[in-house]
Design a protein around this ligand. Structure first.
Ligand code: HEM
Length: 146
């Protein structure tokens, strides 16, 4: 992978700002997309037991954390060229048995959500910067698997 540029970091940051303008709405887009592609995720996430409810604070808090970590991943890539995930994050996902195909489902849902959030500011450059930030974060989480 080439160096992650200042411009790529700024693009990822702007999509995070767009997400934050309506966290309940975009969280609903995100989990609805995950459930469309992977219905079994309903049993994986405790806060999806009753379906996608954007007024459930656990659901929005989780989405905000996840999208915020992708934004932090871009900042780490720009500053250090690598992403480090905390060990606790690795152990949650290894305990839940999260697989590579599930990481792809979540990536696609994240891209779809941010595309909707940024509207006409969406570009191939933003899409690829987000993919790099997400993939490096996912790799760091998997590396931290106990
Ligand atoms: C780069 C991608 C991901 C990030 C940044 C991420 C982030 C997180 C974070 C921060 C937590 C802890 C939430 C908390 O402390 O309350 C968490 C929990 C969890 N994650 Fe992920 N995650 C990612 C990918 C995935 C994938 C692909 C799956 C499976 C489809 C998954 C399933 C879970 C589950 C089941 C929990 C426990 C949630 C619960 O309390 O019910 N995660 N994740």
């Amino acid at each position: 992978m080439g160096a992650f540029t200042e411009k790529q970091e700024a693009l990822v940051h702007s999509s995070w700002e767009a997400f934050k303008t309506n966290i309940p709405q975009y969280s609903a887009v995100f989990y609805t997309s995950i459930l469309e592609k992977a219905p079994a995720a309903k049993n994986l996430f405790s806060f999806l037991a009753n379906g996608v409810d954007p007024s459930n604070p656990k659901l929005t808090a989780h989405a905000e954390k996840l999208f915020g970590l992708v934004r932090d991943s871009a900042a780490q890539l720009r500053a250090n060229g690598v992403v480090v995930a905390d060990a606790a994050l690795g152990s949650i996902h290894s305990q839940k048995g999260v697989t590579d195909p599930q990481f792809v489902v979540v990536k696609e849902a994240l891209l779809k959500t941010l595309k909707e959030a940024v509207g006409d500011k969406w570009s191939a450059e933003l899409s690829s910067a987000l993919e790099v930030a997400y993939d490096e974060l996912a790799a760091a989480i998997k590396k931290a698997y106990a």
